[in-house]
Design a protein around this ligand. Sequence first.
Ligand code: NAD
Length: 271
Amino acid sequence: LVRSVNGGEIPEEESTGAWQEQVTSGRFAGQTVIVTGAASGIGRATASRIVREGGKVVAVDISEEKLEEFAKEAPEGSVIAVAADVTKQEDIDRVVSAAGERIDGLANIAGINDDFSPIHETSDEIWDRVIGINLTGVFKLTRAVVPAMLAAGKGSIVNITSEAGIRGNASGNAYTVSKHGVVGLTRSAAFMYAKQGIRVNAVAPGGVATGIPFPPNVSEVGSARLHPFQSAIPTLATAEQLAASITFLLSNDGVNINGAILPSDGGWSVQ
Ligand code: NAD
């Protein structure tokens, strides 16, 4: 038997045959997936898509009210809502125990982008808050779910970086650093756990129409680069379009993809 990267076993003599593909309609049927930032925007669209495809979602967000509103509309038993701050270990412990023994996937989507000050005007408070939520939160959630995935011999983690995680001129400083950090964490974890059947990938959105603010003006963040609004490529995506990219990597459709940073930006990053 050949062990595939997601922990499945394929008879060696058949491992290159196209007929061994398992095609199922609900890509998340029987699975439990933790989604952070699930109360709005990309996280909410991703959580709904997973539920529509047969999965159970542990929906995590700091905004309790919006989270309850989302969970209320979900089909019975499909969503476990856990109001939690991804920077707090005690909250993360509650998330993991709500998921139970089986954790098939983790989508680290919670994030903020509300500061565009230059480095010499960035306070410790701003730095710690942005890095804490966007990067340390991703590390803490990853650390918390890996033991269950190691025990199962499989698992899939998708992190959300950004165009600002690849380039230095797409957003504010602390945000840019946090999203570059997510790229490093993704690659490091992908390499570290590949043999144990855990895949770790990241999606890098360009501009997405959600509640999160955009840099007020490219010149204010020192960018000579075109902002997506001014670009030749119509890249303001919907949250649902991002959910399509995220669930592709999260599901078994992404079986052979590990450590990838997938731009989901309509082509903006090729400019
Ligand atoms: P959003 O503001 O609609 O959603 C972010 C969610 O994260 C919110 O529901 C918020 O309550 C939650 N959150 C914030 N701090 C939290 C914390 N400490 N603990 C738990 N939850 C917390 O924004 P979005 O556009 O859907 O953003 C989702 C992700 O996509 C973010 O990581 C963001 O950086 C990334 N992203 C967005 C864009 C874009 O253009 N919208 C572009 C690139 C990357």
